[in-house]
Design a protein around this ligand. Sequence first.
Ligand code: I3S
Length: 129
Amino acid sequence: STYVLDLNDKPSEKCGVLNVTKITENGKKVRKNWTSSWTVLQGSSLLFAKGQGSGTSWKFVGNQSKPEFTVDLRGGSVDWASKDKSSKKHVIELKTRQGTELLIQSEIDSVINDWYRTLTDTISTHAWE
Ligand code: I3S
């Protein structure tokens, strides 16, 4: 079967599979739920689509045509997560202006380093919007 993620024909600046969990939503702490997500950067929006597996064995769950959730990077911040946030290696903490905090992780350090740079650049590019 074929799976299509509707990206409204907008170009994507970067995409790939990452492990993601929310830790705070609208300022409230939520329970961690690490999931493998197809992650797409479009302008100042970061989209996540849930899937299964990792790396090249990753696949969408179900016939998914919409992102699981989207975050607005404008006014947000990115930093390496401190050890008390997660026992995993290579974890980025992303905070949005709307009060959502996400942890983003990859076992592959080049992958997570590229995302760190891209997210930092995106936030500074859109800083005055
Ligand atoms: O920050 P925590 O609570 O130690 O996070 C771990 C838990 O969410 C755990 O789930 P349950 O408490 O529902 O069993 C997860 O399986 C772990 O992955 C979480 O910790 P890490 O350190 O992997 O982010």
